[in-house]
Design a protein around this ligand. Structure first.
Ligand code: ZN
Length: 347
């Protein structure tokens, strides 16, 4: 029985059962969205809750750490995932973008507490998570099942057997920060000065992991619905349609979701609530060009990781194409990004 004393309790779908095996471990995810509220809607719709959701201002707890969460896919056979003593944290943000200092500090504080509470070592048995390459899945993740089942410590979702997602995409600096003691005054430390307090364009960013909230493809299948669902004649064709549509094109996922959502809206009371966030998520996830977002995202941490490179890199590149004032303009754009009103409203 463990509830974090500094987390806000917020039950959503409940636990997926008791743990079956393994020493305690912490699994790091990114929500692939820019707000905790958006993540909650997705968890509710997909019954895919982690134990904790963390953003720059708060830590929410959805499931007691003595019970299993639901944010991992678990295949038939093989090892257990959610139920292998995996305490799961969803970090509000994107695998392909830098994480902000305030959020990381909250994750760090939570990890410190979990490590002490459950005897979890500050180790990464399957190696450190891999950051994005050009805003995309870097691939080559170590998902060693024997380590997972037998060794306590930290794992990215990208390092859990039977799973295909590559979140959280932490950089080494981000991991380094998370592994520190939260009582250290890390924010002022030189090695972390590059960690942003805000990421320009964060609230306009879109995931490069478009299937992240898909319950069938990703997370464990939703629990069977109550029997009143028996009258499911209209539901079947919709599902079949969605399934058939899926392989056709990149947009098919959206079509499938929209269709399912519509059926739900017609069939159940919760339908409209469930349909909205999905449609919204699907839409944003595909509507916007992500090339730009990816570029910005990678530009920062790369530069950030090596301060020496940072001053040298942007100048020659932009200078050769445009005039010297480009860097000033870029800085202006970044500042503008920082001040964007939606970022405040989003909270
Ligand atoms: Zn994940």
């Amino acid at each position: 029985m463990a509830r974090c004393p500094f987390a806000e309790w917020m039950e959503i779908s409940g636990s997926s059962g008791s743990y079956t095996s393994g020493p305690f471990k912490i699994v790091h995810h990114t929500t692939e969205g820019s707000s905790a509220q958006g993540a909650f809607a997705a968890f509710r719709a997909n019954r895919s809750d982690p134990h904790f959701t963390v953003d720059s201002s708060k830590i929410y707890q959805h499931i007691d750490t003595s019970k299993a969460a639901r944010a991992l896919r678990n295949a038939a056979g093989g090892v257990q995932t959610n139920r292998d003593s995996a305490i799961q944290i969803e970090v509000v943000g994107f695998a392909h973008r830098p994480k902000v200092m305030a959020t990381l500090k909250n994750v760090q504080k939570l990890c410190n507490w979990l490590e002490a509470e459950h005897g979890i070592p500050k180790l990464w048995p399957n190696g450190l998570p891999k950051p994005a390459v050009n805003g995309r899945d870097p691939r080559g993740h170590n998902r060693n099942a024997a380590n997972w089942d037998g060794k306590g410590g930290h794992y990215g979702h990208s390092q859990v057997p039977e799973n295909t997602h590559w979140d959280p995409g932490y950089t080494e600096t981000e991991v380094d920060l998370l592994m520190r003691d939260s009582t250290e005054g890390i924010a002022a430390r030189a090695e972390f000065e590059s960690t942003p307090t805000e990421v320009p364009g964060f609230y306009d960013a879109v995931s490069t992991m478009p299937d992240h909230a898909d319950p069938e493809g990703v997370h464990e299948a939703p629990a069977p619905r109550p029997t009143r669902r028996r009258a499911s004649v209209p539901r079947k064709p919709a599902r079949a349609g969605a399934k058939r549509a899926a392989p056709v094109a990149g947009r098919a996922g959206k079509t499938g979701r929209a269709a399912t959502g519509t059926k739900r809206a017609a069939g159940t009371k919760r339908g409209s609530a469930a349909a909205k966030p999905r449609a919204a998520t699907g839409k944003t996830a595909r509507a916007k060009p992500r090339a730009a977002a990816g570029k910005t995202a990678r530009a920062k941490p790369r530069a950030a990781a090596k301060p020496a490179v940072r001053s040298a890199k942007p100048k020659p590149r932009t200078a050769s194409k445009t005039k010297p004032r480009t860097s000033a303009r870029t800085r202006g754009a970044r500042t503008a990004g920082k001040r964007k009103p939606p970022s405040r409203r989003g909270r």
